[in-house]
Design a protein around this ligand. Sequence first.
Ligand code: PLP
Length: 375
Amino acid sequence: MPKWTVPLADVVVEEPELQAVIETYKSGWLSMGPRTEELEAAFCAYTGSPYAIATSSCTAALHLICLGAGLGPGDEVIVPSLTFVATVNTVAYTGATPVFADIASMEQPWPTAAEVEPLIGDKTKAIVTMAYGGHPGATAEIAALAEERGVMLLEDAAHGLGGSQAGRALGTWGRAGAYSFFSNKNLPVGEGGLLVTGDAELADRARLLRSHGMTSLSWDRHQGHAQAYDVVAMGFNYRIDEPRAAFVRERLGRLDDDVRRRAQLDVRYRDALSAIGGIEPTAPAGEGQSHAHHLFTAVLDEDRDREAFRNALSAAGIQTSVHYPPAHGFSIYAGDRSLPRTDAYASRAVTLPLFPHMTSDQLVEVVDGTAAALS
Ligand SMILES: *Cc1c(COP(=O)(O)O)cnc(C)c1O
């Protein structure tokens, strides 16, 4: 593995979260318990959502959302293709059929109501949005469409933590939303996730299925609150553990500062790249939108060779990525549906490095490297 001068993403673990983890190990209780409850309460406060359920990953949270929402065979669910494949897999886990929506444009690489509406039919039970790169995108518009057409909105907010629209947190616009604590996300712990919902029934179902469908947790039994348990559904082990819950809880306090630093870098990137031909950043946040700035994404002009561009940056020690190879192109989902804008975007998009502690020198290096590669 090359040692990057400027990695795509980077994590700095600080003293407070290390202390929280050490204290948790010293407490002697490691599996899901009081620290997970504190994390969930903190997320309710942070997002304004009535219920929060922490999980082993965002993928687990999305699966629980799909099950809690009652998705199953015969249902159609409209999903973006330009997303991480877990958005689609978790729908398919339930037996429901993912129906791919194209993106709006190269500047707005997410489906808007115009792409989603024609796909709504008798079998459509839900629409899943994904806050691409942290941008609120068309969340509000699709929420209105979903309401009007009587289908559920579910949110994959893996990129959206820290972002909002009209003051309402991404992840809380639909029936339920999921966040990721994967190591490159805005609130990284390694592996972990969390779902929020305002639907008490969905919350109960998700909590039950998170832990084997059992009616009591080992923590309850340890506390003497329960002696035995019944199993009332075929559940999973999708629990987070206490050290990670404590870590995430501690870091949540710094999330907004981190997002602010990402936002400052985003402004500087846009300013510097505007002087360089051949590359165009994707749209900034619109009116009333607060961007979570998970990624800094841009599109190369059609006549540019992306592989050569990425190789040039790589040779200069700058790591880039592509978000994403579209799901409808993977063997498992390949169908006859053509998504021309998604395909065009996926062949021209590039993600540049972005992380809260990225230095001015590092940003200048990326910009200079970009200018040299496109000159
Ligand atoms: C990272 C990610 C996920 C999955 O998150 P995990 O916590 O790794 O399971 C799902 N959807 C999107 C859009 C992601 O970026």
